[in-house]
Write a protein that binds this ligand. Structure first.
Ligand SMILES: Nc1ncnc2c1ncn2[C@@H]1O[C@H](COP(=O)(O)OP(=O)(O)OP(=O)(O)O)[C@@H](O)[C@H]1O
Ligand SMILES: [Mg+2]
Length: 271
């Protein structure tokens, strides 16, 4: 089994267990990651081998352009997710790993975690955590979330570049809402619903903008493996648009990109 196969298996597991409260008492080592995203706050617990034990996610509008604006709101959500996870695993959570979009201040996330009363075990930039989880030696991770596109590049084992730009799934939703003359919430529902593919022509210009951002960061390099992360990459056919726009590079879409970054944060440090 390749590393990507293993991670895909874990992502499938996270997808099945997300917001599942049924208790699975944990006896041994566990590690917790908290992803404070512009769209979702996600808490994942993994065991010593990196297998997911618990996953809780809440839609949150406490972060804008990668920066936490509503500390109180963020703290309340993290507290709630923490308490659900504690009930599920039957253990008290005392510390967590958290993250920040490249180019922003890591203290912002750290402060939220500390506010909740947790110790900050590590704070890592989001696309770099994905590079570590996938164990990539050379390539690029593109994390397109709700509000931001984060990019990190690795060459021969060393991370060369981390970059962040405020374009994400939110812009896809805004475009759909404008085009269909529907509310943001209704557009969000349709974009993530079973008939989303029909809106591809409407939202494709946003995907092209994302491809432009990626192309700029590729900066003439050849033969890169580009790994996708983040919920915005879940849109049906998004990866095909990228493959067409960024020819000559391999675009790899994991099983469910929505959970890849939070899983990578939770797994940080070698599991
Ligand atoms: N199935 C889907 N199809 C299309 N878009 C999706 C799907 N599922 C989630 N999304 C979009 O993904 C975005 C949320 O992704 P994610 O949870 O990775 O973002 P985030 O980490 O909260 O934000 P950021 O990384 O920008 O701070 C939202 O815009 C949401 O609409
Ligand atoms: Mg994110």
């Amino acid at each position: 089994m390749t590393r990507l196969d293993l991670i895909n298996k874990r992502l499938r597991k996270v997808g099945n267990m997300v917001n599942q409260t049924d208790p699975i008492p944990v006896k041994g080592f566990f590690q917790v990651g908290i992803d404070l995203g512009t769209a979702n706050i996600v808490l994942i617990v993994v065991d010593e081998t990196g297998e997911p034990l618990a996953a809780f996610m809440e839609w949150a509008e406490v972060v804008r352009d990668g920066i936490v604006l509503d500390y109180w709101g963020a703290t309340q959500i993290v507290k709630k997710l923490q308490s659900k996870a504690e009930q599920r695993i039957g253990r008290k959570i005392e510390q967590a790993i958290t993250s920040f979009p490249p180019g922003t201040d890591p203290m912002i996330s750290e402060n939220v975690i500390k506010n909740v009363g947790l110790k900050v075990q590590h704070v890592i930039d989001e696309p770099s955590s994905v590079i570590k989880l996938l164990n990539i030696d050379s390539g690029m991770v593109v994390d397109i979330g709700g509000g931001t596109t984060g990019i990190a590049m690795i060459r021969d084992g060393s991370i060369r570049k981390a970059y962040d730009e405020p374009t994400g799934g939110r812009h896809v939703t805004l475009t759909l809402s404008g085009n269909q003359k529907i509310s943001f919430d209704e557009a969000e529902k349709r974009k993530t619903g079973p008939d989303a593919a029909q809106y591809k022509p409407v939202v494709e210009p946003v995907f092209q903008k994302m491809a432009d951002i990626i192309r700029q960061q590729i900066d003439g390099q050849t033969d890169l493996d580009i790994y996708l992360s983040g919920g915005a990459c879940c849109f049906p056919g998004f990866d095909e648009v990228l493959r067409r726009e960024i020819a000559r590079h391999r675009v790899i879409k994991p099983f469910n990109p929505l959970y890849l970054t939070p899983l990578a944060i939770a797994s940080y440090g070698g599991v």
